[in-house]
Ligand binder design. Structure first.
Ligand SMILES: *Cc1c(COP(=O)(O)O)cnc(C)c1O
Length: 433
């Protein structure tokens, strides 16, 4: 039996509708390339679901994991600690805004979001003013667990569970000038029932790579501050250089009137991190929060404890990988690459913006995205994605459009020649539709 036959007998793959083309067996991967079982090389132009920021099998991350592997694989994190987790917390806090004070570890982006939501809900209970309303953006995506699904925009992903998801007030899209979003937010905040606001800063990822302005983001955060409602920024996709700055929310500081306020007055209260955190090697999630939020749990009353923890919390191998990834991110050459990809994307965007099958071309840092002009409805299910994916694959390029939204989110080590191959593959795919 072939690998594909054995796979198809027993394995249930994520996000693969029945009847999808069979999966491709991959035997190794390095830098931007995936190597198939039969020796073909494919450019991973979306960093394997956005995680492999430094490319596959980065030797320094491999080495850090190997070194750690010889010492300890894992230890329960309740009642024990270890240097890699402490170092990672220090590393992250050195880049997060100065109001961030505590790091809570979990396993993935969805759990990072669950933890943030639970912290905010319990914060209000702990201070004696219970509140349960969650405010989120239309078309957001925060993960596939129940709390994360509730906070996400509602659509085909969440429909079968609709009746079991908690109520969330959705703000209209922050695209454009964001005026409607801010008005709606203020209406909700005035009710004094909101426990938190959760959003993806600057880019709504899985919801269609929708980019909105740092100005709108900053206004949302400042409004939350005025009403004293914690604002969670879900940087699971946008963190670690993706948008051209270390965190996407760093870009709000470019506004002078924000700089005039103290950083505390414009900084989000909680951050969710995952995807790029370990450089695409091991699963890990992080939720950080401000000292003020943490203080509501700092009590000897047992019921004020955060009763949340996963078996693999702060896995030491994942911490070692994340510290190595952090070191690579601290190097100038990484930021040179991010800038190089950004400029290259800009040129590509300019070159195809007048293409009759392309609309809404947008670019931020290492992300470039556009909508394909199709007769089909604008949705994740738009079948145009299959044609584009297939034509690109023929040409040795892996893309995974979100319906009619085509995007590139490459590893930072992608070469200029590889980028050109990705662009050419997209042009060829556009010719086929
Ligand atoms: C991917 C993603 C998540 C979920 O992360 P998983 O690791 O897939 O559970 C949450 N939020 C955002 C913004 C994401 O892009």
């Amino acid at each position: 039996m072939t690998l594909i036959e054995r796979d198809q007998r027993h394995i249930w793959h994520p996000y693969q509708p029945f009847g999808s083309v069979p999966p491709i067996p991959i035997s190794s991967a390095h830098a931007s390339l995936l190597v198939t079982e039969d020796g073909r090389e494919i450019i991973d132009a979306i960093s394997s679901w956005w995680v492999s920021i430094h490319g596959h099998a980065h030797p320094r991350i491999t080495q850090a994991i190997n070194t750690q592997l010889a010492k300890m694989h894992h230890v329960i994190f309740a009642g024990f600690t270890h240097e890699p987790a402490i170092q990672l917390a220090e590393n992250l806090l050195s880049k997060l805004p100065s109001n961030q004070s505590k790091i809570f570890y979990s396993d993935n982006g969805s759990t990072a979001v669950e933890v943030a939501l639970k912290i905010c809900l319990q914060y209000w209970a702990n201070i004696g003013f219970p509140r349960t309303a969650v405010i989120a953006l239309e078309d957001g995506y925060h993960g596939d667990t129940f709390g994360a699904m509730s906070a996400s925009g509602q659509g085909v992903f969440t429909k079968p569970f609709r009746d079991l998801l908690f109520d969330v007030a959705y703000l209209p899209s922050p695209l454009g000038d964001g005026g409607r979003t801010l008005e709606a937010l203020e209406v909700h905040l005035k009710k004094e029932t909101a426990a938190c606001v959760i959003l993806e800063p600057l880019v709504q990822g899985a919801g269609g790579m929708r980019i909105y302005s740092p100005r709108t983001l900053r206004s949302i955060i400042i409004l939350c501050k005025q009403y004293h409602v914690p604002c969670i920024v879900d940087e699971v996709m946008t963190g670690f250089g993706r948008t051209g700055t270390f965190f996407a929310s760093d870009q709000i500081n470019e506004y002078s009137d924000c700089a005039a306020k103290s950083e505390e007055q414009c900084s989000p209260d909680l951050f969710c991190l995952s995807k790029g955190l370990t450089g695409g090697t091991l699963p890990m999630g992080v939720t950080s929060c401000s000292e003020e939020i943490y203080q509501s749990f700092a009590s000897t009353e047992a019921h004020k404890t955060l009763f949340h923890g996963h078996s693999f919390t702060a896995n030491v191998l994942a911490c070692a990988a994340a510290n190595a990834s952090f070191a690579i991110l601290s190097e100038t050459s990484t930021w040179t690459n991010i800038g190089r990809i950004s400029s290259s994307h800009q040129l590509f965007a300019d070159s195809i913006k007048a293409h009759p099958k392309v609309k809404n071309i947008r670019q931020l840092g290492t992300l470039v995205a556009f909508d394909v002009v199709t007769s089909g409805a604008s949705s994740y299910a738009n079948p145009v994605k299959h044609t584009i994916q297939a034509v690109c694959l023929e040409r040795g390029v892996f893309l995974r459009p979100l319906g009619e939204v085509v995007y590139i989110l490459p590893p930072y080590c992608i070469t200029n020649a590889e980028l050109q191959r990705v662009y050419q593959a997209i042009l060829a795919a556009l010719d086929e539709i």
